[in-house]
Ligand binder design. Structure first.
Ligand SMILES: Cc1cc2nc3c(=O)[nH]c(=O)nc-3n(C[C@H](O)[C@H](O)[C@H](O)COP(=O)(O)OP(=O)(O)OC[C@H]3O[C@@H](n4cnc5c(N)ncnc54)[C@H](O)[C@@H]3O)c2cc1C
Length: 394
């Protein structure tokens, strides 16, 4: 494998590292401990990152952004996630949905939504799909139950659509300015044939935020319920085509997903490894630093091996161009994400072990990293759905 970083990549990496060291790491542990999940978030961090271009990183130059390529995005993510995975994901959630606005939206929609996104340091993006009764079924609807999947309805009324339903777990929920919402415009057919996406700005009448979910980890990252109660949006807010909001025509714009999640969780795991190495060099037991005991050295070697392997797999996926395939069934990039997640779970658990009893105390740096990594098997197409897809199971 031949992976050359450009000067631009290195400059981005350094910028992200400086931001993470100065603006994220000093506050991450304190924010994580807040009992109200809404208080784990910091607008100050968002604004400072935004001012550096982190929110709009993926916007192509032709639309006024820096047009950072995927490798650049991954390098930035690895650095910020080393300080806090939730902060990194808050920004990258915007990179993920940027193509929906720049490539799929109409010119009128770009004027209404891309313009404020570029100008306002607090303008974040969300995508609402999951509902209390529709999770995995949105990803791989069961063939013997064609109506499975989201139920949130959008019914035409004059030149408007009226939305009713409930989404949950939605990322950046409660802090986003713009929500892309997947609705049923035809409830009598499979979601691949009857789904339409709508832009729903946060202040749309009939739209409100319900609970903010209280997660065990990744607490900076906000996840909330979206409530649609006779929420009226103009027909001109349809994103893409009517009834084509699920499937190849819409999904080719979100191919970033697996690469995004893998780089985030590997940033978290890298941090766990560094903390464990430092602790092992400085903690004296048995008359010497514990790193000199074979059992600890082997654990560190095991962690290093898994991190190296997962990073190589990630970079290989980028280099091979596999990340560009958004076809759910056809890509091995999902396996790469599962591999990275499993590696990170093992690495963060070993880090807690190397810390001994202090590893499970709330003031140790590593217990948060184990909790943060624990979120990843449940994201997007969760690990089981990713393996099912790769195995082409139905
Ligand atoms: C932190 C976080 C952020 C999220 N952000 C978003 C977001 O921004 N937007 C959004 O729309 N959603 C979001 N989600 C939702 C996420 O996509 C779903 O949680 C995920 O798709 C799983 O759905 P579920 O939770 O309903 O689990 P279920 O579908 O209820 O699955 C439960 C278990 O059963 C297994 N399972 C389900 N069906 C099958 C099957 N057919 N065969 C074998 N095993 C099966 C699953 O693998 C899982 O282990 C987020 C979730 C989390 C945790």
């Amino acid at each position: 494998m031949h992976m050359e970083l450009t000067d631009e990549h290195r400059a981005l990496q350094q910028m992200a590292k400086d931001f993470a060291d100065k603006e994220v790491r000093p506050f991450a542990a304190e924010l994580d401990k807040k009992s109200d999940p809404r208080e784990c978030f910091s607008w100050d961090i968002v604004k400072k990152g935004s001012a550096l271009g982190l929110r709009t990183l993926a916007v192509p130059e032709e639309y006024g952004g820096p047009g950072v390529d995927l490798m650049g995005q991954v390098l930035v993510m690895l650095e910020i996630a080393r300080a806090d995975g939730g902060v990194a994901k808050t920004f990258s959630q915007c990179w993920k949905w940027t193509p929906m606005i720049t490539k799929l939206a109409t010119e009128d929609q770009r004027e209404r939504f891309l313009k404020p996104f570029m100008e306002d340091d607090t303008y974040l993006l969300s995508m609402g799909g999951t509902e209390p009764d529709a999770g995995s079924d949105n990803r791989m609807p069961p063939p013997d139950y064609p109506k499975a999947g989201w139920k949130t309805a959008a019914v035409k009324d004059g030149s408007d659509y009226v939305l009713n339903g409930l989404k949950h777990f939605i990322a950046n929920g409660g802090v986003s300015s713009l929500y892309i919402v997947r609705t049923r415009t035809n409830p009598d057919v499979p979601i691949t044939e009857g789904t339409t996406m709508f832009f729903v700005p946060k202040d749309t009448p009939g739209f409100s935020i319900g609970r903010t979910h209280d997660k065990i980890g990744w607490r900076f990252y906000q996840n909330a319920e979206l409530i649609f109660n006779d929420c009226r949006v103009p027909e001109t807010n349809i994103l893409g085509e009517l009834n084509k909001g699920k499937g190849a025509s819409s999904e080719r714009y979100v191919s970033f997903n697996d690469v995004e999640l893998a780089s985030n969780v590997l940033g978290i795991a890298q941090s766990a490894f560094e903390h464990a190495l430092d602790h092992a060099r400085n903690r004296i037991q048995g008359g010497r630093p514990i790193i000199e005991h074979q059992a600890i050295a082997i654990k560190l070697a095991d962690m290093h091996m898994r991190l190296e392997a997962a990073r190589s797999y990630l970079f290989k996926t980028i280099e091979s161009g596999e990340h560009e395939s958004a076809e759910f069934e056809s890509s091995s990039k999902q396996l790469m994400k599962v591999f990275a997640t499993e590696a990170a779970l093992k690495v963060t658990r070993l880090a807690v072990e190397i810390f001994g009893g202090s590893g499970v105390m709330r003031d140790a740096p590593v217990e948060k990293l184990l909790r943060d990594a624990s979120i990843f098997p449940h994201l997007a197409a969760d690990s089981i759905m990713s393996l099912r897809a790769a195995a082409k199971l139905r």
